[in-house]
Design a protein around this ligand. Structure first.
Ligand SMILES: Nc1ncnc2c1ncn2[C@@H]1O[C@H](COP(=O)(O)OP(=O)(O)OP(=O)(O)O)[C@@H](O)[C@H]1O
Length: 899
């Protein structure tokens, strides 16, 4: 990047009325002598004279007029061929010879001006570059009475041409015809055509006075020949013929010509201000946008451009004032510096071709490596639709194989035990992974199926996975294997055939007290299903049978663990881990305690009060859930605080936007009133407002979008907190009952986190709720219900799944009218009237507003999924009671269901 001062060229129109100027010997300045008649002097006295001398240290001096034109054109063209923008601008009074300098005299080729010379040089230079491919195009703009015209296309209306300024301050004019020219002749033809379209007028000083400013632009694009890549040079040469400043007293302009003079003089005066501003380093604001001329020339004046100013003076003695004025302008222009750098860009098309070739080479290389390593089926190219469809079918088969394992498992040796689950998962044909792309495609297929399940297809909707769940804090997340895996078949094999994913964190967690519950509870466990593919329950089933004797077996702990281990094939990894770690210990502890305790009917065990017991529970067997609850609460707080922040930011931006818009509109009205409807030149304040509005809109949109996301995160996390809270309390109630032989004081399903004492003990307790014959007689679990989508949005989401066996599982989810009361008791608002809280009642009901919210409905649907899963395949040792068919759980609540 270099910094250079603007170059000045002095051009003098030959005098025909007594010359007032002489060039200095070195041609780097001029001397002006002004003769003045001083009034009041006695007749015959000599007129007084005043002399001026203007020297320019950056003047382009040449011997002849032709050489000056040639040198000026050459200076700019050569640098343009190196990628630098250039401008040559003629300035001076009317009639001083600007058009003559730029376009040339009409008499001979020798008289041709700077533009034809520049065009000739461009094509000559390009021709001399065999290693470069050049694309030359031209534009010709006219600014007449503050309106923009296309001199190459007179059909273009002024309003179709506009000045656009990029965020980096680069100004371009859009709407102009850009003519690509292949030869000098073609370019000259366009130049002449454009010249004939210029507006000219006649006045005292010039019979062919240009009434407009014109800018002929040559655009040059130079790229290396062929596909060798390399840099592309882009440059623009603007050749500006300004209209001349005129003194109306001299030109005697009238009517339209006078009006034109007003526009011309105004714009030239703004140009002068701009030059003054650019020359003054302390000046912050340069009024480029005050008129079209200076706005369009913004890049040429003090921007990334090499600029040559041609100061045209008329050497007539009568024009001395204007000559002095033009020289002053030129001197001011000398103070303007330009930061220039070449416009070099990478040829993207060549680069793309190179990369494509590279990719193809690498693919070949990979294919060779695969062949040598005997790897087949690896695909590196994107999957086609057909391949994707095929993969989805295979992924679906894989997912559904889980549900199909049931019959196989039932038939397999070891069915009825936890081994069935192992057998079931072992029997699933794994999906082989060939490559990273293959893995991604499998995940995409899963996502597709998931979304399809969400959209409907007669399947329940599920909640989206909560973000960033820490597996350490969520050990009850679905594990990778068996029926407890991340996907739960929601239909029978012959049903919809689609699998819906189990929402994370919704799966009943392992509590480690399973053995104790089952053993001490006297066989309250559910039986392992057969034929439904839910072999995961077999472990529990075995524990139930073992405990069914109502006597704590000698091997209480091993049985407890055995139950876990046997069922391990169907457990999630997290469950297995849990059973092996602290929870296993506490589970064992509970077994040791509860087994004998239950055998003794709870006698001899002093039950602590509820708050103390709850604290014990939270520190012991319920630690995991309590931690999960605390974690979710922390996340909820964080989300809420972020939502608040974003809400404030959004509202603040909105308020500011409204204020700015109102002010902007006011300024616009003022501008239109002053400059007319088509005015496009904004003043500084209006421009700043527009820029600020643009910035604000961006930040408003970003914050608003994030707010939506955070809001749904808050909603979702709130749901998680509620759910965790309920589960914790319910599990606590069960643990308490199992441990001490009676339900805790107050309400096991009490509200919040159970820290506050609850109301009176429930009248009826789950201790009285014993498995009914029907339930314990091996009633098979029904296949997971095919829930209609409507249920997801139903006001009562506790859908009773069809119960072919009439098991209490159905009843558990169909306790008519129980939902509200139990829910209220679950929230601690009032004590339950009796019995256990039916699972169905733990499913929240969407409010009217929520019915319209997809996030809310997804959440509720997820709860229903949980309900279905739990009622259909309940296996969580700690939650067995929830699905245990008891009278309190819904026995007789509905005709045709229950026991
Ligand atoms: N160097 C020159 N040699 C011969 N004639 C010239 C020269 N410069 C200008 N003239 C003549 O002077 C007259 C005015 O020139 P021109 O129209 O180029 O002036 P101008 O500065 O463009 O005026 P304006 O833009 O105000 O109309 C023309 O007739 C032109 O031929």
């Amino acid at each position: 990047m270099t910094t250079s001062a603007v170059r000045v060229v002095l051009r003098a129109r030959p005098s025909d009325g007594g010359t007032c100027i002489t060039f200095l010997p070195d041609k780097k300045g001029i001397s002006i002598v002004q003769q003045k008649v001083i009034e009041g002097r006695p007749n015959g006295s000599q007129p007084a004279s005043q002399s001026y001398q203007f020297k320019f240290d950056n003047v382009l001096a040449a011997a002849s007029q032709e050489e000056v034109y040639e040198a000026a054109a050459s200076e700019v063209v050569r640098s343009a061929l190196e990628g630098f923008n250039g401008t040559i601008m003629c300035y001076g009074q009317t009639g001083a010879g600007k058009t003559f300098t730029m376009s040339g005299g009409k008499q001979s080729y020798k008289q041709r001006g700077i533009i034809p010379r520049a065009l000739g040089q461009v094509f000559a230079e390009v021709k001399a570059m065999p290693d470069r491919e050049a694309k030359i195009s031209v534009q010709y703009l006219e600014i007449y009475n503050e309106a923009l015209y296309d001199l190459l296309d007179i059909t273009t209306q002024p309003h179709e041409i506009s000045i656009y300024e990029s965020s980096r301050g680069l100004v371009t004019v859009s709407g102009l015809r850009t003519a690509v020219v292949d030869s000098e002749a073609e370019a000259l033809a366009l130049l002449f055509e454009g010249e004939t379209n210029r507006v000219i007028g006649e006045h005292q000083l010039n019979r062919e006075s240009s009434r407009s400013h014109s800018i002929f632009t040559i655009m040059i694009e130079l790229r290396p020949v062929g596909e060798s890549g390399g840099d592309v040079l882009l440059s623009r040469v603007a050749l500006v013929d300004l209209a001349g400043s005129e003194r109306v007293s001299k030109t005697k302009s009238e009517g339209l010509v006078l009006r034109e003079a007003g526009h011309i003089n105004k714009s030239l005066s703004i140009l002068e201000q701009v030059i003054l501003g650019l020359g003054d380093k302390n000046r912050e604001h340069v009024p480029f946008r005050s008129c079209k001329l200076t706005h369009v020339l913004k890049n040429s004046l003090g921007g990334n451009c090499r600029t040559v100013l041609v100061a045209n003076v008329w050497s007539d003695a009568a024009q001395t004032d204007e000559t002095v004025s033009t020289c002053r302008f030129a001197q001011r222009m000398m103070r303007v510096t330009c930061e220039v750098s070449a416009n070099v860009v990478q040829d993207s098309s060549v680069r793309v071709r190179q990369l494509e070739r590279q990719v193809a080479d690498l693919q070949q290389e990979l294919a060779m490596h695969d062949a040598m390593a005997m790897r087949s089926g690896v695909q590196y190219t994107p999957y086609s639709d057909a391949q994707r469809g095929d993969l989805r079918a295979r992924v679906l088969d894989f997912l559904m194989a889980d549900g199909a394992a049931g019959p196989a498992a039932a038939a397999a040796p070891g069915a009825g035990t936890g081994n069935a689950a192992v057998a079931a998962s072992d029997s699933i044909e794994p999906l082989e992974l060939h490559s990273l792309r293959h893995m991604k495609e499998i995940l995409l297929a899963c996502r597709h199926l998931y979304r399809e399940a969400l959209r409907g297809s007669g399947l329940p909707r599920v909640a989206p996975s909560p973000p960033d769940l820490d597996p350490d804090l969520h050990p009850d997340l679905p594990g990778p294997s068996g029926g407890a895996g991340p996907l739960v078949a929601t239909g029978s094999r012959s049903g919809s055939g689609l699998a819906a994913p189990m929402p994370q964190g919704r799966r009943p967690s392992s509590s480690g007290s399973s053995g104790s519950t089952l053993v001490g509870g006297g066989g309250g466990g559910v039986r392992g299903p057969s034929g439904t593919g839910m072999g995961i329950l077999d472990g529990v089933g075995r524990a139930e049978r073992l405990g069914g004797a109502g006597v704590a077996p000698d091997d209480a702990r091993p049985v407890s663990m055995g139950g876990m281990e046997d069922g391990g094939g169907g457990m999630s990894l997290a469950e297995r881990l849990l059973s092996q770690q602290g929870a296993g210990t506490s589970g064992g502890g509970a077994a040791a305690r509860s087994g004998p305790g239950a055998a003794a009917g709870g006698a001899g065990v002093v039950a602590p009060d509820r708050p103390t017991a709850l604290e014990d529970y939270k520190a012991g067997p319920g630690a995991l859930k309590a931690r999960l609850l605390a974690d979710n609460r922390a996340k909820l707080r964080a989300s809420r605080s972020r939502a608040k922040e974003l809400g404030l930011a959004v509202n603040g931006a909105k308020r500011e936007l409204d204020g700015l818009k109102a002010r902007g509109e006011e300024l616009r009205r003022q501008r239109v009133a002053q400059q007319g409807e088509g005015s496009q030149v904004l003043d500084a304040e209006e421009y700043d407002i527009l820029m600020r509005i643009r910035e604000l809109k961006v930040s408003y949109k970003e914050n608003f979008n994030e707010l939506q996301v955070v809001k749904s995160e808050v909603d979702y996390t709130q749901g998680l907190v509620d759910q965790c809270n309920k589960e914790l309390l319910l599990e606590f109630a069960e643990w308490y009952e199992n441990t001490y032989g009676r339900p805790p004081d107050g309400d096991g399903g009490g509200g919040d986190d159970g820290d506050s004492p609850r109301g009176p003990p429930a009248a009826a307790t789950a201790a009285t709720a014993r498995p009914t014959a029907a339930a314990t007689a091996g009633a098979r679990y029904p296949p997971p219900p095919q829930q209609p989508m409507a249920a997801a949005g139903a006001r009562t989401p506790a859908v009773a799944p069809p119960s072919p066996s009439g098991s209490a599982v159905s009843a558990a989810s169909s306790r008519g009218g129980g939902a509200a009361s139990a829910a209220s008791s679950a929230s601690g608002s009032k004590p339950r009237s009796g019995g256990k809280v039916p699972l169905s009642s733990l499913v929240c009901q969407p409010s009217g507003e929520e019915l319209a919210s997809p996030q809310a409905m997804a959440y509720y649907s997820a709860q229903q999924m949980l309900l279905q899963k739990t009622t259909g395949v309940a296996h969580r040792p700690g939650s067995v009671k929830k699905t245990r068919p008891t009278a309190a759980f819904g026995g007789g609540a509905r005709p045709g269901v229950g026991t």
